[in-house]
Design a binder for this molecule. Structure first.
Ligand code: FES
Length: 218
């Protein structure tokens, strides 16, 4: 029997803040780029979701006590986690239209601008895909270079939701706090995401960009 509390290593009476902290720590350890596996990573996500979905009485939707949920029962854990919906926007469109990255109406404006479907649209990220892999698997050509956390060519800007970041990444703390993430090894941590891709042309990311090479796209 492995309950969501066991997976996150928190007490059954842990409050929301403690669960959130435990989740952040566990998800880093379980990240595939940190020696974890996709299955372990998704198990941590599932445990957090079970605890996050509790109502005011601490019960799951169906009235179950989360302490009685056995996550070791699930066959094919990765399949048990639903794909994450991502709405994306190309920074080039923001630049062309003179919009701002911080505009609260950014995605509404994008949906009225009749942009090409490669510049603005939605895609699903499956449990075993990084954000960049998901984009590529759906036929999009987003920028990248090293694919290993050592540059910002694949950087995206988070407008809504959360994307994981391995601990040995190049992104300075200040930019990470502002919402910049790497798509090549970023796995969604929330059910929905809104991101701006192709932000590598921003001046603040200049020093982190690798010059064009055989493995660089765009
Ligand atoms: S492509 Fe270099 S960190 Fe993602």
């Amino acid at each position: 029997m492995v309950s969501p509390f066991d997976v996150l290593d928190v007490d059954e009476d842990a409050d929301e803040a403690a669960i959130e902290r435990a989740y952040r720590d566990r998800v880093k350890e379980a990240h595939p780029d940190q020696g974890g596996t996709v299955e372990e990573f998704q198990l941590v996500r599932r445990a957090y979701r079970e605890l996050d979905d509790r109502d005011r009485n601490g019960e799951a939707d169906d009235g179950t006590d989360p302490a009685d949920i056995d996550l070791s029962d699930d066959e094919g854990e990765a399949d048990a986690v639903q794909p994450v919906r991502v709405e994306f926007l190309d920074y080039a469109a923001i630049d062309d239209y003179g919009w701002s990255l911080d505009d609260d109406d950014l995605f509404r404006k994008a949906s009225h601008a009749d942009l090409d479907e490669s510049a603005h649209g939605r895609l699903l990220v499956h449990p075993d895909e990084s954000l960049l892999e998901a984009a590529e698997n759906r036929g999009f050509a987003w920028p990248f270079s090293c694919r290993g956390g050592a540059c910002a060519n694949c950087a995206v800007y988070l407008v809504e939701g959360e994307l994981s970041q391995p601990t040995d990444h190049i992104m300075p703390e200040e930019l990470a706090e502002r919402g910049f993430r790497l798509s090549c090894n970023g796995y969604p941590l929330s059910d929905d995401l809104k991101i701006v891709f192709n932000v590598k042309q921003l001046a603040e990311l200049d020093d982190l960009i690798l010059p064009p090479g055989p493995f660089t796209r765009r």
